[in-house]
Design a protein around this ligand. Structure first.
Ligand code: C2E
Ligand code: CA
Ligand code: CA
Length: 402
């Protein structure tokens, strides 16, 4: 692709910086440049069809900061590249970089303000040499109508990822993770349809399907001699609908599953972003004996007082602070702080993203209660769980030898 064909989005709250960067890029031969002073405006433009190949993103902005903007782009299955820009804070940049990579977005690099044209040019040149600006392509994009049909046709299925105790190594539960079993395209990950479901107002229906299937699968496993508590992921908007608590209570009763064996996971960033914090619904779910978990912890900047208000049972430390934390002091600091906070609130902790032996040893030694991650098991269909559990018993004996 020619430089003129590369679509660039600039986002920075300082109008002067926007002008400066647009000017630098034009000097380098880029012409398709759209600049915005706020995340909301930029998102509206993306939604209007101007999907960029490259985003130059200022991290510190009032209202929607750069990290939140990234989350919104992830939801839209953004598959372009990113350059992060920040005033001063090198640590914030590093945290953001880790987060972005966890979402599979390609970062060309980060720049400190004031941005030097030579450094920007270097990043863009090396991108051009690597890829000739080939867009990475989001893969096939599905329409709302296709997704609606898929939900009704039962094409949304659940995979399950085991969770183990870090004291004993025992399997103590599973997390349900939605997959779209597409008749032509195979298994499609949630990053490519959850955001779409939210946009087209089908997320509650999808959650209903996932919740129901999880109950049915858990009943079947129990009958095969493997009774397991399980967790489902919920969009905060679903919690805002009063019907959800009744639906969940009705379903668990109908299928004779105790709500105490059902964990409801809500991400920290969604909870913090949603001003109409669904406190009453969460409290009601708790009163019905469901368990509540705060997911992706560390990425939403919640405060102790916000957390104290909501009766959580579990805190899941985001994988970006777990994997390789033993070699990364900034990640380790976030990890330890999250663990300390959970202890103060007397809630259980889960470390996500345990990808290798070093991660496992780190979390075992840290006092965290439980863990999930590729090193233990990848998400799998319910039918694969009994076989995995049998194999794990032997592996756990070696990994957890006293
Ligand atoms: P999540 O709830 O944080 O789930 C963990 C994600 O990390 C899963 O991705 C899982 O496959 C992946 N993962 C697990 N272990 C590791 C590891 O060791 N390393 C790495 N790099 N990744 C690991 P998945 O299945 O693609 O799901 C992505 C997200 O989609 C979930 O993040 C969750 O927020 C959302 N999601 C999944 N199912 C549902 C659903 O039914 N409803 C809603 N609202 N959201 C869902
Ligand atoms: Ca989760
Ligand atoms: Ca998570």
């Amino acid at each position: 692709m020619e430089r003129s064909g590369v679509r660039i989005l600039l986002l920075d709250d300082e109008p002067f910086i926007l002008k400066l960067h647009a000017h630098m890029l034009k000097e380098m031969g880029f012409v398709s440049i759209r600049a915005f002073e706020s995340g909301a405006l930029a998102l509206a433009d993306v939604d209007a069809g101007h999907v960029p190949d490259l985003v130059l993103l200022d991290l510190s902005m009032p209202e929607m900061d750069g990290i939140e903007f990234i989350r919104h782009m992830v939801k839209r299955s953004f598959a372009g590249r990113l350059i992060l820009i920040s005033g001063e804070d090198e640590r914030l940049l590093q945290t953001a970089e880790r987060l972005v990579r966890a979402h599979g977005i390609d970062i060309l690099g980060h720049l400190a303000k004031p941005v030097k044209p030579a450094i920007l040019r270097g990043l863009l040149d090396s991108w051009e040499q690597r890829t000739s600006f080939t867009p990475r392509g989001p893969g096939k994009v599905y329409s709302g109508e296709e997704l609606r049909k898929a939900i009704r046709n039962g094409e949304i299925i659940n995979y399950y990822q085991p969770k183990i105790s870090l004291q004993t190594g025992d399997l103590i539960g599973v997390e349900s993770l939605a997959r779209w079993q597409h008749p032509a395209d195979g298994i499609i990950p949630p990053a490519r349809f959850i955001g779409l479901a939210e946009q087209i107002g089908a997320i509650d229906e999808l959650t209903g399907v996932v919740f129901h299937k999880a109950l049915v699968d858990m009943r079947a496993l129990e009958e095969r001699g493997l009774p397991l508590p399980f967790a489902v992921n919920l969009a905060v908007t679903t919690l805002n609908s009063v019907e959800f608590a009744d639906f969940a209570a009705g379903e668990t009763m109908r299928l004779s599953v105790s709500p105490a064996n059902v964990m409801i996971e809500v991400t920290e960033s969604q909870l913090i972003a949603d001003q109409r914090a669904p406190l009453d619904v969460l409290t009601r779910l708790r009163l019905m004996r469901f368990k509540l978990s705060i997911d992706d912890f560390g990425t939403g900047y919640s405060s102790l007082s916000q957390l104290r208000n909501i009766p959580f049972d579990e805190l899941k430390i985001d994988q970006s602070f777990v994997h390789r934390a033993s070699a990364d002091p900034a990640a380790r600091a976030m990890y330890d702080a999250s663990l300390g906070l959970a202890k103060q609130l007397h809630i259980k902790t889960v470390a996500e993203g345990v990808e290798d032996r070093a991660d496992l040893e780190m979390v075992k030694g840290s006092g965290c209660d439980s863990a999930q991650g590729y090193f233990i098991a990848r998400p799998m269909p319910a039918s694969a769980l009994p076989g995995w559990a049998e194999g794990w018993r032997d592996r756990a004996k070696t990994l957890f030898r006293a």
